[in-house]
Design a protein around this ligand. Structure first.
Ligand code: HEM
Length: 395
């Protein structure tokens, strides 16, 4: 897989390949794979051809002198219906006329990316190689990973069930999240949910929904969700940065984190291991899922939405951005499936994110070091000026 992905990336970058027109067999059936990649060789007579209309017959069509000499009628008589010369030139990367500005559409004059070849592959275009990576690797393996994690979560729920409080709630509250922290979190979670649903339909819908819904209905659904995806993207990006800044301090590594991870937080024993405001598992999600994957997803999404000023948006740019976006998204989804599951399965956790408050017993059982800090007065039990829903923990 790695070799194919690397080769596809190289191909999209135009780092290896050979022209289709160099091999007479290539116009029809794909030839057997050579052992080594050969450098790109331009189609005879087309090197450096710019702004030549490849479909034009006449003196201007200097891309292929022999082809230019023939009239449409002559060609039709000698080889009826044969437009292979046109496609040789198209596949050779000949640039034609385009009224679109070069700055906005640098490759508008090229119908398709040049034909290329890499070790172990057929002659193809980089676009087709990208399509194969998408349909043969990203979709099946990404989909399988999502199903495996969904199954593992189901299994976990079946064997372990809800993570309930051991002690009785005291009724005394601690403010766990301020209104600002909750707003940032829910804005981000809302945008994430829209992005996840629309992204999944865009990736898997053609295989799972299209056969059931038919082209018209699926076309509309994909169109609506694609637009929703484009609008939710910037909301996600901005709220992600706010979430990172808001929660970074309490997610910094602390003594005992490694021990917590090695022992799985004590999840399978009677008592959870002691932790600060966020435990080491939450910190892994924060640094891996929110910080690294979140920023990679946002950066590659901005490229796909053409929001990075000064970047040249060629097909290869989009293909690489798409592959990076897909892989990072699947990994991020997997991490957040765990995060969302624990949010709902841990009794009292979702209340903390909804109302801002958790019970004293919840704090002691799940984040004992944080609870100790509140009890000793190092962290105030009430941080924001909002009305308190009952008695708070007294120092
Ligand atoms: C869409 C459904 C989501 C649900 C139901 C959910 C639920 C929760 C809950 C219940 C908590 C509190 C955990 C605690 O008190 O320790 C929490 C914390 C948090 N969530 Fe979410 N969340 C969701 C999505 C997201 C997304 C998309 C992100 C970011 C990309 C995110 C980032 C965070 C962060 C940074 C925290 C603070 C804990 C930490 O730093 O690990 N959440 N979430």
């Amino acid at each position: 897989m790695f070799r194919q992905l690397t080769a596809a990336a190289l191909m999209t970058l135009g780092l290896c390949g050979a022209s289709l027109a160099q091999d007479p067999k290539a116009a029809g059936a794909a030839p057997a794979a050579p052992a080594v990649a050969t450098p790109v060789v331009p189609v005879a007579g087309t090197a450096g051809v710019q702004s030549a209309n490849i479909f034009q017959i006449g003196p201007d069509a200097d891309a292929d002198p022999n082809y230019a000499k023939q009239t449409n009628g002559e060609r039709a008589k000698v080889q009826p219906g044969n437009n292979a010369p046109v496609w040789r030139q198209v596949g050779g990367g000949v640039t034609g006329f385009s009224s679109l500005p070069k700055s906005e559409a640098p490759e508008a004059g090229n119908l398709i990316q040049p034909f290329v070849q890499y070790p172990g592959s057929r002659y193809t275009t980089a676009g087709e190689a990208w399509r194969q990576v998408r349909n043969n690797w990203l979709i099946p393996y990404g989909g399988a990973l999502l199903l495996i994690v969904l199954g593992a979560i189901g299994l976990f729920y079946w064997r372990v069930g809800m993570i309930k409080l051991h002690g009785k709630p005291t009724g005394r509250k601690i403010e766990r999240f301020t209104p600002f922290e909750r707003s940032a979190h829910w804005a981000n979670a809302g945008a994430f949910s829209i992005l996840a649903i629309s992204g999944l339909v865009m990736a898997f819908g053609q295989f799972l929904l299209l056969p059931i819904m038919g082209h018209t209905l699926f076309g509309w659904l994909a169109y609506v969700l694609k637009n929703a995806h484009n609008f939710a993207g910037p909301v996600f990006a901005v709220s992600l940065v706010i979430v990172i800044i808001t929660f970074i301090r309490d997610n910094l590594p602390a003594k005992g984190d490694m021990n917590w991870l090695l022992k799985g937080g004590g999840m399978f024993s009677e008592h959870e291991l002691k932790s600060g405001r966020f435990n080491a598992g939450e910190k892994v999600v924060f640094w891996g899922g929110v910080f690294v994957l979140g920023l990679v997803v946002v950066a590659s999404g901005m490229v796909l939405n053409k929001l990075v000023p000064g970047l040249v948006y060629e097909r290869s740019t989009m293909q690489i951005a798409h592959m990076v976006h897909s892989v990072s998204n699947i990994l991020m989804l997997v991490m957040f499936m765990g995060h969302i599951y624990l949010g709902f399965a841990t009794e009292g956790a979702i209340e903390g994110m909804k109302t801002g408050y958790v019970d004293e017993t919840w704090a002691r059982e799940h984040h004992e070091l944080w609870y100790d800090d509140v009890k000793s007065g190092r962290i105030p039990a009430q941080r924001s000026p909002q009305p308190v829903p009952g008695p708070t923990v007294q120092v």
